[in-house]
Design a protein around this ligand. Structure first.
Ligand code: ATP
Ligand code: MG
Length: 337
């Protein structure tokens, strides 16, 4: 039997380069290997946890995010795309799991803590936002997923998911499969910084290069990227460690020899930012050009995208229902023959 993989994103905006290196690239590799049964989730209900007052932000992006996946080469005949709200079994599982997690444990989750701070929630924190790791436990366990490819920010969430699985199995008997996360091997890809040098490229921080950006936009964004602020004259030695231009090269450049040469040259001095940025632009364009071409096809055929998601959601629902039945049986929520 193939190992099952659950992965996906919240449809709060189009996908960017950090999603590509953080998780999309891995799912593509897994698809190509043929060794995995892959489910790709569009977590619209999770998106609503901090966008309840702006629901069109979510509904407008559900298909956009699926299109981003298709554009990078995800093949709908090999994977199952589904939308979270189309699988109500997930909500029921979430309700059972809620009883297995304490409020203080939820508040301790470092990723959640950081995201609460970033959103300035303080007293206005929606309950649904705080509990989204619980719904993520439902998303993962509903497919008996053993592997979850994610960026580094997701590790604390996955740890919490494992705790929920362990608690459930301890109380009700072995029922749920404990998942493992996979983060990118490349260190720079685990948490890609923004074009502004901030710690994380993120839709909300407005520091992204989107997979759907046109060539001109990409050029503009790369040429105005933050670099080493102390690298003033070309001959000055430069820092490559906290320099997003070099971090991007590390994450995206396949010509490792050239990357190392540029790095040594920049650190020594005598290499201008403009030259490095122009090279980075070339590297990124090589990745984005075929993505744009595939995207244009799906932009012209929204009916195909819709069919893929509709059929995928039906299939996902069947699988989630099997797990839900198992869960109900173990808890004893089974009254009618
Ligand atoms: P954003 O912060 O841009 O809204 P997000 O974190 O909300 O993005 P999610 O849908 O939560 O996006 O995440 C989808 C996947 O992309 C997750 O596996 C996450 O770890 C990964 N990811 C998101 N941002 C980055 C990043 N800067 N570097 C590496 N991986 C990332
Ligand atoms: Mg996130």
């Amino acid at each position: 039997m193939k190992e099952k993989v659950l992965t996906g994103e919240t449809p709060t905006g189009k996908l960017h380069l950090a999603h590509f290196v953080g998780s999309l690239r891995k799912r593509l590799e897994m698809q190509e290997s043929g060794n995995y049964e892959i489910y790709i989730l569009s977590a619209d209900m999770q998106g609503l946890t901090d966008n309840a007052k702006d629901p069109s932000k979510i509904s407008e992006n559900v298909f956009e995010v699926i299109k981003d996946n298709l554009s990078i080469g995800i093949d709908p005949s090999k994977v199952t795309f589904f939308v979270q709200s189309g699988v109500p079994e997930l909500t029921e599982l979430t309700t059972y799991y809620m009883n297995l997690v304490t409020l203080s444990r939820l508040k301790r989750n470092p990723t959640i803590k950081e995201e609460i701070k970033q959103r300035g929630f303080e007293e206005s924190l929606p309950v649904g936002f705080l509990t989204y790791p619980i719904s993520q436990a439902a998303d993962i366990t509903a497919f008996d997923a053993t592997l979850v490819p994610v960026g580094e920010d997701q590790i604390p969430i996955l740890e919490q998911v494992c705790e929920i699985v362990d608690t459930f199995n301890k109380i009700y008997g072995e029922t749920l499969i404990r998942p493992k996360y996979i983060v990118p091997e490349n260190n720079s890809a685990r948490r890609l910084p923004g074009t502004d040098g901030k710690a994380k490229m993120s839709k909300s921080a407005n520091n992204c290069i989107y997979l759907s950006d046109d060539k001109e936009t990409v050029k503009k964004k790369i040429m105005s990227m933050y670099t080493d602020p102390f690298h003033i004259r070309v001959e000055d030695p430069g820092d490559t460690k906290n320099n997003p231009v070099f971090i991007y090269l590390d994450a995206f450049c396949t010509d490792r020899k050239k990357y190392e040469e540029l790095k040594i040259h920049y650190e020594k001095g005598g290499l201008g930012d403009k030259i490095v940025k122009e090279y980075l632009f070339e590297v990124i364009e090589e990745i984005l050009t075929p993505i744009r071409e595939r995207r244009a096809y799906y932009d012209e055929h929204p009916e195909i995208v819709e069919k893929i998601v509709k059929e995928g959601t039906e299939k996902a629902r069947k699988k989630a229902n099997e797990v839900l039945k198992r869960v109900r049986k173990q808890i004893g929520v089974e009254y009618f023959k």
